[in-house]
Design a protein around this ligand. Structure first.
Ligand code: CP3
Length: 363
């Protein structure tokens, strides 16, 4: 069957604003989605999660992963869906033994400590150990019925390596930085394997039906400018070069997001990505002046603004829209994931405000 014709499994898109904005093509209003839009701030998510048991069982069940992906779209007129999964699926498939300690975040039973640990890691097969992710992509894509595009994602090699070497979440990143500065060859060997694995993983998500992909570099911003290039950006650039950029007769846009990466926008834009994700620590007007001729921008409201009154949320949305200004090339989002104790109604105020106030910038 040709890949280029819509089918029951991969129906044609009804709302393509998100894909168009990433490619800086004209849109009627600014598209919007929220990082972590499926999650614990929604009571229906908690209910489905309780049925699945633990978080990874939810990720591994294609029907339930599809259900939680669709939940925020039933509440809010979002312009994109994001695969329900986690960035830590790759290290888990590499044999590190991912588990979640209640209230503690992710942990690994077998963290990476030395060269031998890196040497024994193999590249997971996206249609083998990680097939559950591809099954979720296929199921979600079918069930979206072409309403909005589906975003696939992965962690950046550096961000994945922080969890693999620290053994879980970290504040000071001393173990991985010790390796970076005392034994750089070992870390580079790991980052190379991760870059190859992420490339294969994202290409498999695209083949399975993801219409755009995003790389989360949550921890690139803890590095110096030199070390960011050496240990994070270099590997993201390799991934961008290795990705399938067209599928089903359409461009597959790539977004890179480095949290706290506002200092390095020009270098990120120079990787060949289509869009750069912004956290809230940079003014979007400045970001557009610096790289807006090269790439689209995604962001950048402080997620904590969703604790404010509706009027304050609307005011902030209007300010950010005005900061970006006229024309396409902006995908509205939060600067990081939505907090788990945000009232869902406030997320609704946010999404509606983006559509309502952005019309004037797209004439
Ligand atoms: O955006 C979405 O709705 C898609 C789903 C998604 C999850 N994780 C689900 C999840 C995405 C895109 C991620 C990415 C992710 N995971 C990142 C990069 C983005 C970021 O937030 O910086 C990182 C660093 C992780 C690692 C991770 N996974 C952590 C630190 C945690 C614990 C945090 C927490 O909120 O408890 C997870 C677990 C996780 N991933 C949850 C969800 C919904 C919570 C699990 C639960 O239901 O208890």
């Amino acid at each position: 069957m040709s890949q280029n014709f819509p089918s029951v499994d991969k129906p044609a898109l009804k709302n393509d604003r998100y894909l168009r904005a990433l490619l800086k093509q004209p849109v009627d209003v600014t598209p919007v989605w929220m990082m972590r839009q499926a999650g614990r701030y929604l009571p229906e998510y908690k209910a489905t999660r309780a049925v699945a048991g633990d978080f990874m069982s939810l990720c591994k069940n294609a029907e339930l992963a599809c259900e939680v992906t669709l939940q925020p779209l039933r509440r809010f007129p979002l312009d994109a869906a994001i695969l329900f999964s986690d960035i830590l699926t790759i290290p888990d498939a590499m044999g590190l033994g991912l588990y979640f300690e209640t209230g503690e975040g992710p942990r690994f039973k077998n963290p990476i400590t030395c060269k031998a640990d890196v040497d024994k890691i193999g590249l997971p097969d996206p249609e083998g150990e990680l097939q559950y992710v591809m099954n979720a992509v296929r199921t979600i894509r079918r069930e979206l019925k072409g309403e909005v595009p589906l975003i696939g994602f992965s962690g950046s090699p550096w961000t994945l390596a922080t969890y693999m070497i620290e053994g879980g979440s970290s504040k000071a990143f001393t173990k991985i930085k010790k390796m970076a500065f005392a034994e750089p060859a070992i870390l580079h060997a790991l980052l190379e394997k991760l870059a190859d694995s992420v490339t294969e993983y994202l290409n498999a998500q695209i083949a399975a039906g993801a219409q755009s992909v995003m790389v989360f570099d949550t921890w690139g911003g803890v590095l110096s400018p030199r070390d960011y290039k050496e240990f994070s950006l270099q590997y993201m650039e390799r991934i961008v070069s290795g990705l399938t950029r067209e599928n089903e007769g359409r461009k597959v846009p790539v977004t890179l997001f480095t949290k706290n990466g506002g200092m390095w926008l020009e270098s990120i834009a120079a990787t060949g990505c289509d869009a750069v994700g912004l956290d809230w620590t940079i003014d979007i007007k400045e970001a557009r002046a610096r790289i807006g001729d090269k790439v689209a921008l995604q962001g950048n409201m402080d997620p904590s603004m969703l604790y404010a009154q509706p009027q304050r949320i609307e005011q902030e949305v209007a300010t950010i829209l005005e900061g970006y200004g006229e024309g396409s090339g902006h995908v509205f989002n939060l600067g990081h994931g939505i907090h788990l104790d945000v009232p869902p109604e406030n997320a609704g105020v946010f999404v509606d405000a983006v559509h309502k106030f952005s019309k004037q910038y797209h004439k």
